[in-house]
Design a protein. Structure first.
Length: 254
């Protein structure tokens, strides 16, 4: 696991003095103070020197175009969220900021991590990572919500009155056994239906277009579902990109 430590010091003084800047130790870079960027007034009682340290870790994923960022803070209280493109980020101020970085193709939120997927072969991580670090750090110190709850979509595995025993078991397995493993690799899998013995799933985060996603479906997810739920005959990937170009479905039946 790679670790990037971003330490910064913000000095806020009274309005009669000039605005300071935030300096990132050891980088030679400066950024305007957060209260100027957010255009929100700083309460008078906070007009003093303070120091905050934020440690952002990065972790490789099976997908070379996806990188997992761990800010050391809660990202989502529950569940995961996938933003395949800027149009999907309407409910998340943080996702909208990340999509402004050149080379960012998709954004994925987990409980304590953020997975960034870059455009294949266009931009190197050494170019993208500094902007991602700065964006994440600035956002979490701004006090803004990661997601506007009023606009957040409903959980895919939430219990429904229409669920029969088989569907309920599939959803429970996804939440308790399959998702935690997939999320360790910076991705997620969403339930999209069960029909004629086939479980329809949508791959997200680092799992999208990952070279090993087929192995994950067949050797991991499908085998586990079939072991606990005999009614499951296969798994189908119904992942669709925000550009409306669909990935070929992988239907593994026995």
């Amino acid at each position: 696991m790679k670790i990037c430590t971003v330490a910064f010091e913000c000095i806020i003084i009274h309005c009669a003095q000039r605005y300071p800047v935030c300096s990132y130790h050891g980088t030679g870079l400066t950024r305007p103070p957060l209260h100027k960027v957010a255009r929100s007034p700083i309460p008078q009682q906070t007009a003093a020197m303070f120091i905050r340290n934020m440690f952002i870790q990065t972790q490789d994923t099976p997908n070379p175009n996806s990188l997992k960022f761990l800010p050391g803070r809660v990202v989502l209280e529950a569940g995961t969220m996938d933003f395949a493109g800027p149009r999907d980020a309407y409910c998340s101020p943080l996702a909208r900021q990340l999509f402004r970085i050149d080379g960012v193709k998709s954004v994925f939120f987990g409980p304590d991590f953020i997975t960034i997927t870059k455009a294949d072969g266009q931009t190197e991580w050494i170019v993208i990572k500094p902007d991602v670090f700065a964006t994440i750090m600035d956002f979490f110190t701004s006090g803004l919500p990661v997601v506007n709850e009023a606009d957040a979509p409903r959980a895919d595995t939430a219990p429904s009155e229409d669920d029969d025993e088989v569907v309920a078991m599939i959803k429970e397995l996804l939440d308790t056994r399959i998702r935690p493993t997939v999320q360790e690799d910076g991705g997620d899998v969403l339930y999209r239906g069960f029909e004629d013995g086939i479980v329809k799933l949508k791959m997200q985060g680092s799992c999208t277009s990952c070279p090993s996603s087929i192995i994950t479906l067949k050797s991991g997810i499908q085998n586990m579902l079939q072991f606990y739920v005999p009614e499951v005959e296969g798994v189908e990937d119904v992942t669709i990109h925000s550009t409306h170009d669909s990935i070929p479905d992988f239907d593994f039946t026995i």
